[in-house]
Design a protein around this ligand. Sequence first.
Ligand code: NAD
Length: 475
Amino acid sequence: MYETLALYIDGEFVSGEGRKTEEVTNPSTLDVLGHLPHANKADLDRALAAAARAFQTWRHSSPMQRSEILRKVGQLSRDRAQEIGRNMTLDQGKPLAESVGEIMTCSDHADWHAEECRRIYGRIITPRSPEIRQMVLREPIGVCAAFTPWNFPYNQAIRKVCAAIGAGCTIILKGPEDSPSAVMAIARLFHDAGLPPGVLNIVWGVPSEVSDYLIRSPIVRKVSFTGSVPVGKHIASLAGAHMKRVTMELGGHSPVIVFEDADIDRAAKQLARFKVRNAGQVCISPTRFYVHDNVYDQFLETFVNTLKTVKVGDGLDPETQMGPLAHARRVPTMTKFLDNARERGGKIVLGGEPIAGKGHFFSPTVVTDLPEDSMLMTEEPFGPIAPISRFSDTDDVIRRANSLPFGLASYVFTNSLQTATKASNNIEAGMVNINHFGSALPETPFGGVKDSGIGSEGGLETFDGYLVTKFVTHI
Ligand code: NAD
């Protein structure tokens, strides 16, 4: 049994009634899993009206009430992790253990927002004369519109929903049409946890049409998007034209720097396993590898040998370590990157081809000897391809790490405190991971700089994008 697909508007699950639908398929087997209803204009208007009406009450709800609902969501999410995870593997492709792991981490996100929303404080500013009182209030911004992608369908949606609802906002979320079950599950969790109607609404449709309609609506006060840089720039411009606050979690091109004093064997093995997580469809995936000349051969050999052992297959098979690409359009994209790599003189050391047979499978791939301006070294592949190059000078490799317009995650492997400090001080990125992969916990801020985005999700910063500051003074 797969998830029942519907819109969720004003506390009701709705489908059918002549709405257009879209097929949802399993990327491993190409089986049709279900039909996703698209919201028509009347549905979007109803969602906007419900969110606006619900905001009038929800904005005054006590943080204790919000916290209690978020706590219940965290518990229900844990209780249902196997079922939600299985559905996510069916429509997204990732191995079941990764899906269930995503649900469990996100249950912690709900708990963490439940705790932190009780600590949204204002402040008193000492006045210039004693009869005056000056207060700073932090109020929910209003109705939010959020757009989330297909690579971590549960994680990216629940973070936005918990932050908006915890701050006292209401939200209309358009999830990923390719992999919708996780967002459907989120609607059911909040519904079953007793969230009042209209506070959360879920819609589906043609992404550009839905986002255009919602962002232009005067009801929407804030826009949050996770996805690619070009789409993010388009959405941010539209939001800017209507003076709406944005949070943008966009693509990256994470540099990995392996210094000669690192534990090379450990770094190569861990990086190879992390590279194929979610088939490389991760915005913080290690992307460009710079390995010190003196340890390059050792690193490359261990990295390639580790990747050779990765079992690629249907995510429901417990042996599988890497699933398919999430949808058909990703396969020609990978091929395009590799055609360019070949043309530019790159050496394909491992893989390089789609895997024959049913499903959108692509082999883990390693490319070396690429020029700095080749496609793989400058554009986000968002797949299981690792370009590896050499360096010999620390300042020069930091310059190369900073040479692209992106700045999301970065990875440094070294056993020198001085090198680690120099790298973390100088790399232009929202996140610097030294000797491990520590990003994306509920209690730590997640976000990028430069073209990789605006604002943070998680951490103490999580509510910032959903609150406005009001200054009140009286005499
Ligand atoms: P895409 O750029 O077409 O879409 C990316 C996401 O944005 C999808 O979920 C899509 O439904 C949504 N989208 C597209 N146009 C939209 C619009 N006008 N309004 C609202 N939503 C819109 O690319 P794709 O083939 O789906 O994904 C590949 C690229 O997306 C990758 O290269 C990667 O850079 C990026 N991506 C990034 C993340 C991330 O976590 N930052 C997640 C998924 C995809």
